[in-house]
Design a protein around this ligand. Structure first.
Ligand SMILES: Nc1ncnc2c1ncn2[C@@H]1O[C@H](COP(=O)(O)OP(=O)(O)OP(=O)(O)O)[C@@H](O)[C@H]1O
Length: 239
């Protein structure tokens, strides 16, 4: 199976500091589900930034959608970024837009008509339990509510890759399972999902997810899953 992302001996440093990621070699496969774990400061957010094209590596090469990022035409980058949904650790909702308009953003950017986007946006609002707060602005939402809006915005455009940084850090366990169901549904439609998390309970909810573990900037593959083709994903007790 052709990988959707391939890292070959990738390193990342900020400025002249020591590398925060070093010697990363792995492939991500279309339609697989990955959990990225590791202690605070291990480099999870930095690795996600490489995946959502916010940074370029300091060494090594990254291939994405079949292109070597270091030699391809830079004008392709915005198109690639539109194929990647991101849930940022700090949400990054647009403060002047309502919850509904934040969620609708990727569809508007993709040129979907107002008539066509209303259904999916309403469905998403109801899934995250915020149908009554559709017109609320981010500043009037709780941290957990903002996180749910950020997730809805990241998944609504059915991206090829979904990158989520601690996406359940601000919600209760019941909502965490609901959000995981959303990721699993997207994954079933073919999206490659990468979720960075400290939440061990979340990890236990999913059978068939691949595990990636970062330790001081180095990747280990405790279950050997990065060397095997992906297996189908099964969510446990999703009641
Ligand atoms: N913009 C930056 N400039 C300099 N150093 C940075 C920058 N961003 C992160 N770092 C450093 O890189 C290392 C890895 O940070 P990163 O945020 O990737 O870790 P993390 O595993 O996501 O941590 P956490 O779980 O606490 O979010 C840390 O030592 C951090 O201080």
């Amino acid at each position: 199976m052709e990988s959707i992302v391939n890292f070959d001996n990738v390193g990342l440093r900020y400025g002249t500091e020591a590398e925060v990621l070093s010697g990363l070699n792995f492939s991500l496969y279309p339609g697989s589900f990955y959990f990225l774990t590791g202690a605070s400061g291990a480099g999870k957010t930095s690795l996600l930034k490489l995946l959502y094209l916010a940074h370029m590596p300091s060494r090594g090469s990254i291939k994405m959608f079949g292109n070597d990022l270091s030699i391809m035409d830079r004008r392709k980058l915005p198109g690639f970024r539109r194929r990647i949904g991101v849930v940022f650790q700090d949400f990054r909702l647009l403060p002047h837009l309502s919850a509904a308009d934040n969620i609708a953003l990727p569809l508007r950017i993709a040129g979907i008509s107002e008539d066509e986007l209303r259904g999916p946006v309403d469905e998403m609002l109801s899934w995250i339990g915020l149908d009554k707060r559709a017109n609320a602005h981010p500043a009037t939402l709780s941290g957990g509510e903002q996180q749910r809006v950020a997730i809805a915005r990241a998944v609504i455009g059915r991206p090829d890759i979904l990158v989520a940084d601690e996406p359940t850090g601000n919600v209760d366990p019941e909502m965490a399972v609901r959000l995981l169901q959303l990721f699993a549904a997207l994954n079933k439609l073919g999206t490659t999902v990468i979720v960075a998390t400290h939440d061990v309970h979340l990890l236990k909810k999913v059978d068939g997810a691949q595990m990636m573990r970062l330790d001081k900037g180095q990747l280990s593959d405790p279950t050997g899953s990065l060397r095997h083709p992906p297996r189908p994903l099964i969510l446990k007790d999703m009641a």
